[in-house]
Design a protein. Structure first.
Length: 100
């Protein structure tokens, strides 16, 4: 068992996103995503299932060109897809990638 204090994990800019991974195994990866107002994650092809849980703020997520707003306390789950994310006010998310 491992316990992580998500509020104390350092976060890095998108360009250094690999440093935001705080747990990784063959089938599972967990990372923190912190974006400032106006920032986003460019469109990417995800080969894994993705779970986003919003800790603080609001984000607009696009999954296969379908847009959805996710707010603090909400969770989004998607199968492998084309995904992007942006925020107008800033957001802190814990993201999970799960491979079959």
């Amino acid at each position: 068992m491992k316990v992580f204090d998500l509020m104390k994990i350092n976060t890095y800019p998108y360009e250094e996103r690999d440093k935001n991974v705080f747990f990784k195994s063959k089938r599972f990866k967990a990372r923190m995503i912190k974006l400032k107002a106006g920032e986003g994650i460019p469109t990417c092809e995800m080969q894994s299932f993705v779970i986003f849980y919003v800790i603080e703020g609001t984000a607009e997520v696009s999954v296969n060109n379908e847009n959805q707003i996710i707010n603090q306390g909400q969770c989004m789950i998607t199968e492998p897809s084309t995904l992007s994310l942006k925020t107008e006010e800033g957001v802190l998310i814990v993201g999970f990638q799960i491979n079959e």
